[in-house]
Design a protein. Structure first.
Length: 319
């Protein structure tokens, strides 16, 4: 997947969150709403999230060197993991703390209309950001469900922004309900309850994203579809007698490592082996373009031999 779509969604979310964070802090200062404070911290954390995703994408473009011979593609996974765990969790824990404090020590809201106005505008802006993320994701999602897309995507930016915007929009609804109920009932406890819901939501999203990005960091193999294409490219090659085993791993969202052991005819010369490997590599790259690093180990197929004595006899006969 190209990073252009991910960057478009990140920049849209960054612009929205910077403006939203500033207005939420102003609304909190005038109203004293804990929901507004939690949402302001949430939007600030989201802005930091987007900056980290952009930084990770930039660092991932560094050329391979002696220390990192396979390149820096996984930098994007590292920064996505930082976003999913640290920033989301910090925002979530802070919101939970603020909500619990507000429930224990409730106080009426001042200038109640201001947080409601800010929340209404924020919902519209977050909706625009989420719409942009959905539009960019649809370019690569294909027929997958949204859950499958988040779980299977190898480029972390779009799933992170999608979940982030969804959590932000849902959190705004919680804050709107909390503030509204506080205004209607005159009881500030509802504002605290809304804040607790926002914190729980952020922690849940953090855990979900952490699980998915951890899997990418550990090293995921090719999807079933790409694996089938690679196997077909190797097995259909006239130079190859048999595919012994095949292993794949993503070096980054746009680069895959392929290692395979293949058997060639016993009478093949060294030159023929080299030409055969080059031909098979070309077929693999044609089938799966992101398979850029390929290692093929040539071997000669021998039928199973029952005993060591049979093996020695077979070797003697060959001589």
């Amino acid at each position: 997947m190209s990073t252009s779509g991910g960057n478009t969604a990140i920049l849209a979310a960054l612009g929205a969150n910077l403006g939203i964070a500033a207005t939420k802090f102003v609304a909190f200062l005038f109203s004293g709403s804990s929901s507004m404070l939690a949402e302001a911290v949430h939007s600030t954390a989201d802005s930091g999230n987007q900056l980290l995703l952009l930084l990770g994408g930039r660092k991932a473009k560094k050329q391979a060197d002696r220390a990192h011979p396979f390149g820096y593609g996984r930098e994007r996974y590292v920064y996505a993991f930082v976003v999913s765990i640290i920033l989301f969790s910090v925002g979530g824990v802070f919101a939970l703390y603020e909500g619990i404090e507000k429930v224990k020590n409730p106080h009426p809201l001042e200038v109640w209309w201001l947080p409601l106005l800010v929340l209404t505008i924020s919902i519209a802006l977050e909706g625009f950001s989420l719409r942009t993320a959905i539009k960019e994701s649809n370019h690569t999602r294909g027929t997958q469900s949204w859950l499958q897309f988040v779980r299977r995507a190898k480029a972390p930016e779009l799933p992170v922004v999608l979940l982030e915007d969804t959590a932000a929009l849902t959190g705004l609804v919680f804050a709107f309900l909390g503030v509204s109920l506080s205004v209607i009932t005159g009881d500030g406890v509802w504002d605290g309850i809304g804040t607790i819901f926002i914190g729980a939501l952020l922690v849940l999203v953090a855990v979900l994203l952490g699980i998915e990005t951890k899997s990418l960091l550990v090293g995921e193999g090719a999807t079933d579809e790409d694996l089938a294409k690679i196997e077909a490219a190797i097995s259909s090659s006239p130079e190859v007698e048999h595919l012994v085993h095949l292993k794949t791993m993503y070096l980054g969202p746009e680069e895959m490592l392929v290692g395979a052991k293949i058997t060639l005819p016993a009478a093949t010369t060294l030159t023929e082996i080299a030409l055969a490997i080059n031909a098979v590599e070309a077929r693999i790259r044609e089938a799966v373009p992101i398979a850029r690093v390929i290692y093929l180990e040539p071997d000669v197929y021998l039928p199973p031999i029952a005993t060591v004595a049979d093996a020695r006899a077979a070797g003697t006969q060959a001589e």
